[in-house]
Design a protein around this ligand. Sequence first.
Ligand SMILES: Cc1cc2nc3c(=O)[nH]c(=O)nc-3n(C[C@H](O)[C@H](O)[C@H](O)COP(=O)(O)OP(=O)(O)OC[C@H]3O[C@@H](n4cnc5c(N)ncnc54)[C@H](O)[C@@H]3O)c2cc1C
Length: 556
Amino acid sequence: MGKPILLSVDDDADVLRAIERDLRTKYGADYRVIGTDSPQSAIGLLKQLKVRNDSVALLLADQRMPQMDGVTFLQEGMRIFPEAKRALLTAYADTNAAISAINQAGINYFFMKPWDPPAEHLYPQLDDLLDDWRATYKPSFEGIRVLGTRWSPKSYELRDFLARNRVPYQWIDVELSANDVETKQLLEALGPEAANLPIVLFPDSTKLLESVPAQVAQKVGFPTRAQTNFYDLAIIGGGPAGLAAAVYGASEGLHTVIVEREAPGGQAGMSSRIENYLGFPTGLSGGDLARRAVAQAKRFGVEILSPQEVVGVRTESPYRFLKLADGTEFSCHSLLIATGVQWRRLEAPGIDQLQGAGVYYGGGSTEALSCKGEIVYVIGGANSAGQAAMYFAKYAERVVIVVRGASLSSSMSQYLIDQIAETANIQVWANASVAEVHGDTRLQEISFLCADTGKIERVKANAMFIFIGAMPRTDWLGELIERDSHGFILTGPDLIREGQQPKGWNLERDPFLLETNVPGIFAVGDVRHGSVKRVASGVGEGSVAVQFIHKYLSKV
Ligand SMILES: Cc1cc2nc3c(=O)[nH]c(=O)nc-3n(C[C@H](O)[C@H](O)[C@H](O)COP(=O)(O)OP(=O)(O)OC[C@H]3O[C@@H](n4cnc5c(N)ncnc54)[C@H](O)[C@@H]3O)c2cc1C
């Protein structure tokens, strides 16, 4: 925690030195003492301190300064740090000016020059002022601050990125807190730059305007470049399947790297509560599971490049090369694809324009607090929708789960159906589907088609969360890896057709259980054709794959 600041301003270098020395002697242990000889530069400094979220306890200014007198400086300073105590240094001749400034500039005290001995003429009065200041002082937040607006897709993208990567930050909605004094002062201190939302303010006083996740990742120091150009095992995707494979691979001596496009944890990382994962009888959040898995993988020396995307794979026997979105490449002996699935898009007029501005795919933790007291629509009837509804119900006035079918029973686990039935502010709206969403810059209304009546019902809405299933995104694998008609990767026995090995397969043995049509390239988890879409099965497949990888490596 940075110390609160005592700022003194005096154009006379000797007086400035003397006051700084006396302040430091008595208060240096608890406060940072800063001195400047120019009131203008002191105003600039105060603005910087405001943007950095520093605390200023005392402004002490000489009354007679050629560019700006002390009273005017203190008035200006008060606009930036209203809670700071204000004191004037005056010569005897300026006493009247100082007295009249007590009201005019809200001066708390004026000191006569010289103040010797300070133990008599300076410290007792300052002790009083600083005690007073401390009584109402709230230490300011020292981490990253994000300024934006709730309905801005760019702000949402940034907050979601920080939340999923577990980077602590303070969110300041400049519209919602427009009347908040602190926010007003901060925006004033930022000046014209305040228009470039979203803005990220870092504790080292740097800032990013119109910021995007990649810039923040770079600034925060997320590793996105491989440390070497060759690995025993490279894993694409840092969901449960990829992380499990990394833990087993690295713990068994394989030099292992994971490349993850968004945030380690994958889909599971978005889950508010996983209740069916073995060993956690009261459930655990996806974020918690991801945090533990990442720590475990790192402990075994796994390198995690995130956010970083793999955009291509090629082979040059016996090497497999990964091409990354930043244009770099590295190679490995064995490759594991664990890229999971991504949300299926909802086809309805207006959805694309309002994404991130009231319409969200998945999501939850980032937006839940903003939905306090509102009606939230959750679209979909699977477990992910049920978990999200339970989570939103803690904040929202009412949560409406909208399903195409007649009930939840065909798509949701019974434990969630029971929880939902017992939650008074969750309502299930069956036989309905989204026909259109309405709003110019943010979601305002949703039109639902009611299958039983054939009628359209239009309702007011601030937020709609879509959980309508997911699809693999595997186009970037080109012709190299065989997939089914939906894009899921074929492995092991699925590749043997009428007793024939896959095309181009040049080994005597058949592909191993989780191996693709290219020797040494494996696929696990949700992206694999026929996989069970669960955390435990992804973890299981990731762990089992490592045994086949060892077998493969023993013959390379
Ligand atoms: C909201 C929600 C709640 C759920 N709740 C439960 C539950 O309670 N219990 C349960 O068992 N299951 C649950 N599931 C399902 C479970 O999360 C998934 O089955 C599991 O996460 C699949 O793991 P995976 O590693 O195969 O893939 P994913 O978790 O999808 O991870 C794949 C990762 O690969 C990354 N990636 C994709 N393409 C690339 C690329 N080209 N380059 C780099 N990285 C890439 C993605 O960013 C992603 O992080 C839930 C899912 C959701 C969405």
